[in-house]
Design a protein around this ligand. Structure first.
Ligand SMILES: [Cu+2]
Length: 110
């Protein structure tokens, strides 16, 4: 529960575009990118190490979200915008776009 809440707070921080620098964790962490285009997430499945920040970048002309139930939610990502979410919890997280429910992706945190 606390982890989910932390992720939500990070997602909100990401909306302001200052996630990595503003985070309380001092250690260096990697950043991976998921590009949203052609009504799909690329790559559809992304495997990362725990503590990695994933930047969801919308390269399309319409608004999308990256949403995984109570685990994380990017909120609306407008065309040309991006949201960064840090994954501190090990697990397999399937997500989708709330606006286009046929869009699916998965983040595997090891
Ligand atoms: Cu979408």
């Amino acid at each position: 529960m606390a982890a989910a809440l932390a992720l939500m707070l990070l997602a909100l921080t990401g909306l302001r575009g200052e996630l990595a620098a503003a985070g309380p964790v001092a250690e260096a962490s990697a950043t991976k990118r998921v590009e949203i285009n052609h009504f799909a997430f690329h790559p559809p499945t992304l495997t990362i190490a725990r503590g990695t920040t994933v930047k969801f970048a919308n390269a399309s002309q319409v608004t999308h979200t990256a949403t995984a139930g109570g685990v994380f939610n990017s909120g609306h990502i407008g065309p040309g915008m991006s949201i960064s979410i840090r994954f501190n919890q090990v697990g397999s997280f399937s997500y989708h776009c709330m606006i286009h429910p046929l869009m699916h992706g998965k983040i595997i945190v090891q």
